[in-house]
Design a protein around this ligand. Structure first.
Ligand code: IMP
Ligand code: MG
Length: 174
């Protein structure tokens, strides 16, 4: 088992998710929102955030390929799981776990905009601004983090560590 250094505790994440939910509740007051959970990394974040939203909420899931077992983003996304429902006319919010190079989000946003949502925003748990290659506007960021590979709270390394209740840095990647 690798050593994992805690970067963001469960308490810190919980507090911040509540704060961001308050912002979203304000921005969408009187409207409904359609959350697009980008699998698999965003599952925990989507659930925790959704529980704190007080307008009518619907949730759909999409999976796009980014990292495999290595730590390099490809730049082109491949849809592994398509949304079940149309987003036309909806106030959609893409829920991401982390924005790194920005490649995934850039292409995903372009793709979804073509489907005529009423609005499309982006909400991410983590942002690594130092690594950005593609300029993509992110509407809600819970935490900016340094350029380190993190796991937990949904994020994986080679499909492991998603179940950690906190976000941590793997000290000895093998
Ligand atoms: P991007 O296309 O480079 O922005 O990559 C975004 C995707 O890469 C995220 O949705 C994650 O799945 C994955 N990713 C990027 N950085 C990390 C990390 O530090 N830990 C785990 N997954 C990461
Ligand atoms: Mg992701």
């Amino acid at each position: 088992m690798a050593d994992i250094r805690v970067l963001l505790s469960e308490e810190q994440i919980d507090k911040r998710v509540r704060e961001v939910a308050v912002l979203i509740n304000k921005d969408y007051a009187g409207k409904s929102v359609h959350l697009i959970c980008v699998l698999k990394g965003s599952i925990f974040f989507t659930c925790e955030l959704a529980k704190r939203l007080d307008m009518p909420v619907t949730i759909d899931f999409m999976q796009v390929s980014s990292y495999g077992s290595d730590t390099v983003s490809s730049g082109v996304i491949n849809i592994k799981k398509e949304l079940d429902e149309s987003i036309e006319g909806k106030n959609a919010i893409i829920i991401e776990d982390i924005i790194d190079s920005g490649n995934t989000l850039y292409y995903l946003r372009e793709l979804l905009l073509k489907r005529n949502p009423e609005s499309l925003k982006i909400c991410t748990l983590l942002d690594k601004p130092d690594r950005r290659v593609k300029d993509v506007k992110v509407d809600y960021v819970c935490f900016e983090i340094p350029d380190e590979f993190v796991v937990g709270y949904g994020l994986d390394y080679d499909q492991k560590y998603r179940n950690l209740s906190y976000v941590g840095v793997v000290e000895n990647l093998d």
